[in-house]
Write a protein that binds this ligand. Structure first.
Ligand code: GUN
Ligand code: ZN
Length: 427
């Protein structure tokens, strides 16, 4: 039986970084018809009610129905160490992250954290995640199994490292290749799951490992490849010391077959002019992780890139300090303000939905409300707390009504979540 969701509906017919807020389509008394996991129709409530009298109705009143949020870069194994105090990137990895990731040699622990993580993010309105796992193939198995049982579209890969990490967290060029390949064979394209080839970042891979993963990517060109790029100045200096032949940080990936469309680079803050030009030319994707960039002290991403490359938005938990894409939109706004760029609410919402879908090359499946797309939806209460409610009372436009929720909203604003056409949270 079909389901008819009634409320305000927000979708996008263009790119707000190109077309401005007119890229958004807002239907104040709207409806979304869902059947067999897909969006079948979107339009005026009165028309869809009349055309589909049999459909099961879900009346969300003045709440806003949107595509679910897409977190384009996260580390689910860092769930338990989110909000760890006082370190910058390299020390943070050594002090907090690597010891926690060692625990994922235990498949039971991996399964426990994968379930906990997906429950936490679903409650925040996130319907798809691209996650790093750990070195252990079992960490990927746990994540995919948990996503599959929830009906989620999910992206993940074994995080490969063969140097500059504890022995218990190191593989080799060959085992990284072999284990990643076996995981691709088992999981890539199964249900709603996609494998992502995942070298952690150049400091923890030898050139030989990067080359092996570049060769693997050439064998499976429709996989994505995800890694980190130009996050902190100390990290970049370390890359120069480890790869003396490389022209720059990006060249360590470019020279090993890891730069082309489908490459998804987290952070990309401190880019040289050559790196910017090559990323644009190659059609790569960048993922902005603003709560991480302020929490670990990395720097201010240049959102001017959004008109030149695919840019997605992400929490980067646990380097990021929140599981919430609303909080992440707020941080993106704040970071842009510090660069004298004021992001419009349409741009923030687009980044967390269509933008992230495009960064993962999944825009024909998820990230928007349009017939034929998968029915991953979030229903957002625009008056979820007294502070937000009072700030919206004089709102005359959708954007004035929505911006206080972007800046101050949390999981209390998430009224309902639909995954693959099925209600997941508080339907
Ligand atoms: N660079 C390499 N690994 C990581 C990680 O786990 N988190 C962040 N923020 N940056 C990284
Ligand atoms: Zn990361």
């Amino acid at each position: 039986m079909a389901d008819l969701l009634l409320g305000q509906v927000l979708s996008f017919v263009g790119d707000p970084f190109v077309d401005g807020p007119a890229a958004a389509r807002h239907i104040a008394d709207g409806a979304v018809l869902v059947s067999a996991g897909k969006i079948v129709a979107v339009g005026e409530a009165a028309a869809l009610r009349a055309a589909h009298p049999q459909a099961r109705r879900h009346d969300y009143g003045r709440a806003l129905i949107s595509a679910g949020f897409i977190d384009a870069h996260a580390h689910y194994p860092q769930t338990a160490i989110i909000a760890s105090w006082g370190k910058r990137l390299i020390d943070w990895l050594n002090h907090y992250t690597f010891p926690e990731e060692m625990r994922f040699s235990d498949p039971a622990y991996a399964a426990k954290i994968a379930g906990r993580y997906l429950d936490l993010v679903t409650a925040q309105g996130t319907t798809t995640v691209a996650s790093y796992c750990t070195i252990h193939p079992g960490s990927v198995e746990a994540f995919f199994a948990a996503a599959r049982s929830r009906g989620m579209r999910a992206y993940a890969g074994k995080t490969c490292m063969d140097r500059n990490a504890p022995a218990g967290l190191c593989d080799t060029a060959q085992s990284a290749y072999d284990e990643s390949k076996a995981l691709i064979a088992k999981w890539h394209g199964t249900d709603r799951l996609s494998y992502v080839i995942t070298p952690r970042f150049s400091p923890t891979s030898t050139p030989g490992q990067l080359q092996a993963l570049g060769a693997l990517w050439a064998e499976y060109p429709d996989c994505l490849m995800q890694t980190h790029l130009c996050e902190q100045p100390d990290e970049i200096a370390w890359v120069h010391a480890l790869f003396p032949q490389a022209r720059d940080y990006l060249d360590t990936y470019e020279s090993t077959g890891l730069l082309r469309e489908g490459a998804v680079f987290g952070h990309a803050i401190h880019l040289t002019p050559r790196e910017r030009a090559r990323l644009i030319e190659a059609g790569a994707s960048l993922v902005h992780c603003p709560t991480s960039n302020t929490f670990i002290g990395s720097g201010l991403f240049d959102m001017g890139l959004a008109t030149q490359v695919r840019v997605g938005l992400a929490t980067d938990t646990g380097g990021g300090s929140s599981f919430s894409m609303l909080r992440t939109m707020a941080a993106a706004y704040e970071v842009a303000q510090l660069r004298h760029q004021s992001l419009h609410p349409a741009q923030l919402w687009w980044l967390a939905t269509v933008g992230s879908a495009r960064a993962l090359r999944a825009e024909s499946q998820i990230g928007n409300i349009a017939p034929g797309l998968e029915a991953d939806l979030v229903v957002v209460d625009l008056a979820s707390t007294p502070a937000i409610e009072q700030a919206t009372r004089r709102a005359e436009t959708l954007w004035q009504a929505l911006f206080p929720t972007i800046m101050m909203g949390d999981d209390r604003a998430i009224r309902s979540v639909w995954l693959g056409g099925k209600p997941s949270v508080r339907a």
